[in-house]
Each structure stands twice: as C-alpha cells, then as structure tokens.
Design a protein around this ligand. Structure first.
Ligand code: MN
Length: 203
C-alpha cells in the first residue's frame, strides 16, 4: 500500500483498471472561484495515485483519458462536486460514474448521515479522520498528513460500492440508482452552467 504523488498529470502508461475511485481537493466549494488542487485516484488495490494540479493548469491528458473512457467506471463520494471541478478545470466530462453518496441516500433511509466518514463506519467498520479536510490544499508542498488524508478518501470506495450494491439489490433500487448515476454528469454541468441550487424539476 503506497501513496504516489505526481505533478500535473498521471504518468504515461499507468493502468488503474476498469473501476477507478476518484476524489478532488480544492480551495473551496465554488468551482468558478476555487481552484482544483489535488486529484486522488485508486484502482482498488490499496494504492493511491495523487496528482497535484498547478495554478492555471488547463490540461491533464492522461488523467482526462480515464475520465472520458467509456469502459472505465469512475467511483466517487459526492461525485457531483468533483465532476464539476474537473470539467471546469480541464473541460473533460466524466462518464460513466457511480456515487456512493447517492447510493447511500437511496438505501440508508433510516439516517440522514451520508458523509463518507459515516458510511465507512456504518458499512465497513473503518474509521477515517477528516481533520485535514479544510487544510490549505493550494500549498506548494503538501504535508504527509494531507497526502494520507487525501488517499483515505479513495482507498475504500470500491469496498463501499460492493456493500451499497448489495443493499440496492435487496431494496429493489438498483435501476433507479443507475439512472441517477447516468444523470450525474449533467447535474454537474447544470451546476457550472448557472443552476447550482435550483431544482429544475420542481414546480
Ligand atoms: Mn477528499
């Protein structure tokens, strides 16, 4: 199990397999204002690959090839934000996708706690620290604590998806979940295009 940090893009020829967990760290929650700083990825083998994004950087061809590859499922927790952040930075629309937060909302109807920390505790018995979440991700040199935290956000998403899929099947909500995942890149696009909070389905 190792964390590897790269500058600007993934290296040529890195194979992460058919299901890739992805998370982003940014300067804040407004994609038009707050730049993308780090993108974490894992193929589900316990290793994390972290890409530090430079200020003003607009291209990351190896990374975008994965985002846009129709044969690679991208696994997120609250993908809506990460998909918008990466589309805003690089112009790449990520698909197909799976979101553990959406899956959780469809099956864990007995709670309103759908944060990653809660999900990992409830479904996998894993404890992760969220202490570094609001640290300075724009720093030129990231700390070991930041890198470990960033990695922990992608290392358990494959196992989490397995647990959530079992629940989705049990509750007969897999098809509905899949339709939500298929719509998610469009939902992220609406965020960027000027409909961030408005529910266009409401009356
Ligand atoms: Mn994160």
């Amino acid at each position: 199990m190792a964390n590897t940090l790269y500058q600007g893009d993934l290296p040529d020829g890195l194979e992460l397999g058919p299901v890739v967990a992805i998370d982003c760290e940014t300067m804040g929650l407004n994609p038009h204002r707050d730049r993308l700083c780090v993108i974490q990825m894992s193929g589900g083998d316990g290793n994390a690959h972290l890409v530090q994004v430079a200020k003003g950087q607009t291209r990351a061809p190896n990374l975008c090839a994965i985002l846009e590859n129709p044969d690679v499922l991208k696994l997120f927790h609250y993908g809506r934000f990460d998909i918008a952040a990466m589309q805003n930075a690089f112009g790449a629309v990520t698909a197909p996708v799976y979101c553990t937060k959406i899956a959780s909302k469809l099956v864990r109807t007995y709670t309103d706690r759908h944060g990653l920390k809660n999900l990992l505790q409830d479904l996998l018995g894993v404890d992760i620290s969220k202490q570094q979440q609001s640290s300075d991700w724009g720093a030129p040199k990231l700390t070991k604590a930041q890198l470990d935290y960033a990695a922990s956000d992608v290392l358990y998403l494959h196992a989490l998806r397995d647990k959530l899929n079992a629940r989705l099947i049990r509750e007969g909500r897999m098809e509905m979940a899949q339709a939500c995942f298929d719509f998610l890149p469009t939902r992220a696009g609406l965020d960027l295009a000027g409909w961030p909070e408005q529910d266009i389905f409401s009356h």
